[in-house]
Design a protein. Sequence first.
Length: 191
Amino acid sequence: MRHEISTQRLMLRLTVYFLFLFGSVLAVGTMRPELLSVMPMGGTTAFKAAQIDVDEQTIADQLSLSNNATVEPLPTPNQIANIVLFLALSLVGTLLVMLPITWTYVATRREIGFRKNFVRALMVLPICIGLAAGIGHLGIAAVMALFFCFTNVLLWHVDFGRNPIDEGRLARKHSALPASVSEKDTIERLL
């Protein structure tokens, strides 16, 4: 049996969660501004977080065997720690951003099955969020998730995309209608 949740309760849960998420990042940035340099927000890359100077010319020179490029020194333990912290924050941040999307999906999915468009969006959104986190734009991923969740809850609340045929199938599944009733009859009864 599915746990039913009202749209108001889901909206409240999402609002509190996103306020807490954005508020936590703001609090960390206010109290410990030096941590912002290792957080995957606003375009910080792992190399920037570790304070490693890398430019395209240096990488191209190091890959070219015909050029006598200088070898860069190995990263220091502090730089390696900053890279590991950056990657860990990226992964944790991605999970924190995906959590409300799962709440939204579980609450808004229909008992009759999956809606193809919603499933397609759910397949693309984690990829976008993962890519955004990987390139240091987890803030953009969080805003995308926020709009995705609230838009889907709003559409669910107004019953956008309601399909009487699916409702007839669901009613037949729960034995509310005899099996001999055709889909056409079901549609006419529901309309």
